[in-house]
Write a protein that binds this ligand. Structure first.
Ligand SMILES: NC(=O)C1=CN([C@@H]2O[C@H](COP(=O)(O)OP(=O)(O)OC[C@H]3O[C@@H](n4cnc5c(N)ncnc54)[C@H](OP(=O)(O)O)[C@@H]3O)[C@@H](O)[C@H]2O)C=CC1
Ligand SMILES: Nc1nc2c(c(=O)[nH]1)N=C([C@H](O)[C@@H](O)CO)CN2
Length: 237
């Protein structure tokens, strides 16, 4: 294992964990952030993946994570902003704090990490450096039940353009906008069937398609400031 690590935020489960494991299979050094300790993290640690605790729901938590990341490594090959909370909207007195928390996780954390960790990307000796934002198909459509989630992911999508312009030509900044990649625990067959019917491809593909998309961005030297839809052709249905 050699070279500068790739950071994946929220890499303890599902899409982030799959990408972390696949990158390790390809012999990349990997750092993940995680919020909740769990036995599965030990398996990642045994594979040499560095695991740093982080809670992005407060600005202090974000800044504390950046300080510990800098203590861990002097350089980064890439940053993948994957940490996310798919929290539904709430009404009543908690609505504002819910929105603010999602703003901090989906927008403020990537914004501050991109600003303050540019020096780590600059210190990487490899010819290509990347930042990848995981957004969502709903950025284009809105959402009746997850309006705060969709709005803050839309903010992240817009940050892709600004950071791509700011960091060119040294660092490429792109987004991946998935729709229905994996079911959640408790989703039944009726939900799965409804979800499949929303895409032209009529499938729930699993995390491999996100790794393929990440790999494409990590390997391509001429793509910046774009959002790559990975949604099975939702616009066709
Ligand atoms: N899964 C899908 O079908 C789709 C996914 N996406 C996007 O792709 C990305 C990966 O999706 P998926 O794997 O399902 O994501 P998850 O919902 O599993 O979330 C990823 C990680 O984010 C971490 N996280 C949540 N809240 C915080 C917080 N306050 N501070 C720090 N970390 C936090 C969690 O850490 P912990 O587990 O340690 O608490 C979790 O492991 C996300 O950005 C998601 O929005 C978009 C569309 C569809
Ligand atoms: N952070 C997350 N974001 C999203 C999730 C999730 O589990 N965590 N799930 C979805 C849904 O699968 C959606 O694509 C279909 O209902 C969206 N975002």
């Amino acid at each position: 294992m050699s070279g500068s690590p790739i950071l994946i935020t929220g890499g303890a489960q599902r899409l982030g964990r799959h990408c972390a494991e696949r990158l390790r299979d390809d012999d990349h050094p990997v750092i993940i952030s995680y919020r909740r300790e769990r036995p599965e993290l030990d398996a990642l640690r045994e594979r040499g993946i560095v695991t740093l605790p982080a809670d992005f729901s407060t600005e202090a938590g974000i800044l504390d994570f950046i300080a510990r990341l800098k203590a861990e490594t002097g350089s980064l090959r890439a940053i993948v902003h994957n940490a996310s909370d798919w929290a539904p909207d709430v009404t009543g007195p908690q609505a504002g704090s819910n929105f603010e928390r999602l703003f901090r996780i989906h927008m403020l954390a990537p914004y501050l990490i991109n600003l303050q960790c540019r020096e780590l990307l600059d210190a990487c000796g490899e010819p290509q450096r990347d930042i990848v934002h995981l957004t969502d198909y709903v950025v284009r459509k809105g959402s009746r039940k997850h309006a705060a989630y969709a709005a803050t992911k839309a903010g992240l999508d817009n940050l892709t353009l600004s950071f791509a312009a700011m960091y060119a030509p040294d660092i490429q900044v792109n987004a991946i906008a998935p729709a229905m990649i994996m079911l959640n625990e408790g989703d039944d067959e009726a939900y799965a069937e409804k979800a499949r019917a929303k895409s032209a491809m009529r499938m729930i593909p699993g995390p491999g398609v996100i790794y393929q998309s990440l790999r494409y961005l990590l390997d391509n030297r001429y793509v910046t400031g774009v959002t790559l839809p990975v949604d099975g052709g939702r616009h066709l249905v």
